[in-house]
Design a protein around this ligand. Structure first.
Ligand code: AMP
Length: 242
């Protein structure tokens, strides 16, 4: 994608549980600022596809749903962040996933002076959602067993109670969307990312954002936070002695 702005945004880290709208917001940030989204899951899957030594090592770990060891992650992340399209910033997706990775990222950004650019610490935004509402939204999902069309009884209900608009089949709840499965996914997420959120909170760098609002309202807040971070950082860089 063409870079729309020469403005330096720096790294953006979005934290938030599944269903908080992270994907939607990341996409809007990418489009608005003309910066890439860097998914460590995609980078790893690419290594697996190409059968590189790292890919061979990561394949079975990923298949078990476990985390790839930190030491294996650093090389691929560093390589990707050295690419020229990352010069003005990037949205990190799936990284950092441990406190050690967050510490590594800080050290990396501190040491690395990219060609033509100054250092910039990540802006870390935590999307906060009311778990009861989130659970209600996620468990509202229904699908048609005949044609596969998706509905949500809260936000996108069928015209007639629990029946598919297209073929009249009785809608079903997919296994993945059952309350027990979703609660399990949410608590797994919570346990996994808590240390990352704690790392940034302890440094006073975790910016909370209320995600129980319309996507447009959330986007407006995120752009404000990112613009503010970039402006403060640019000012402090200018104030530094030569
Ligand atoms: P994702 O596409 O983000 O869900 O990632 C898919 C899989 O890749 C995860 O289940 C992990 O096995 C691995 N993975 C992705 N990012 C990381 C990371 N930052 N640290 C360790 N493992 C990761």
């Amino acid at each position: 994608m063409a870079v729309k702005t020469a403005r330096k945004i720096g790294p953006v880290v979005l934290l938030g549980p599944p269903g908080a709208g992270k994907g939607t917001q990341a996409k809007r940030i990418v489009e608005h600022y003309g910066i890439p989204q860097i998914s460590t899951g995609d980078l790893l899957r690419d290594h697996v596809r190409r059968g590189t030594p790292l890919g061979l090592e990561a394949k079975s770990i990923m298949a078990r749903g476990e985390l790839v060891p930190d030491e294996l992650m650093y090389g691929i992340v560093a390589d990707r962040l050295h690419e020229p399209d990352c010069r003005n910033g990037y949205v990190l997706d799936g990284f950092p996933r441990t406190a050690a990775q967050a510490g590594w990222l800080d050290a990396f950004l501190e040491q690395e002076i990219f060609e033509n650019s100054e250092k910039c610490p990540p802006v870390v935004i935590q999307l906060l959602v009311d778990y009861t509402q989130l659970l209600q939204r996620l468990t509202g999902r229904r699908s048609c067993p005949t044609c596969g069309r998706l509905y949500n009884v809260h936000s996108q209900p069928p015209r007639f109670d629990e029946l598919c608009d297209l073929d009249g089949s009785k809608l079903v709840i997919r296994n993945d969307d059952r309350q027990e499965v979703i609660s399990e996914r949410l608590s797994a997420y919570e346990n996994m990312t808590k240390p990352v959120a704690e790392y940034y909170r302890a440094k006073g760098r975790l910016v909370p954002a209320n995600a129980d609002r319309t996507p447009e309202e959330i986007t407006a807040e995120l752009f404000g936070v990112i613009d503010g971070h970039a402006a403060v950082h640019a000012a402090s860089e200018m104030a530094k002695p030569e």
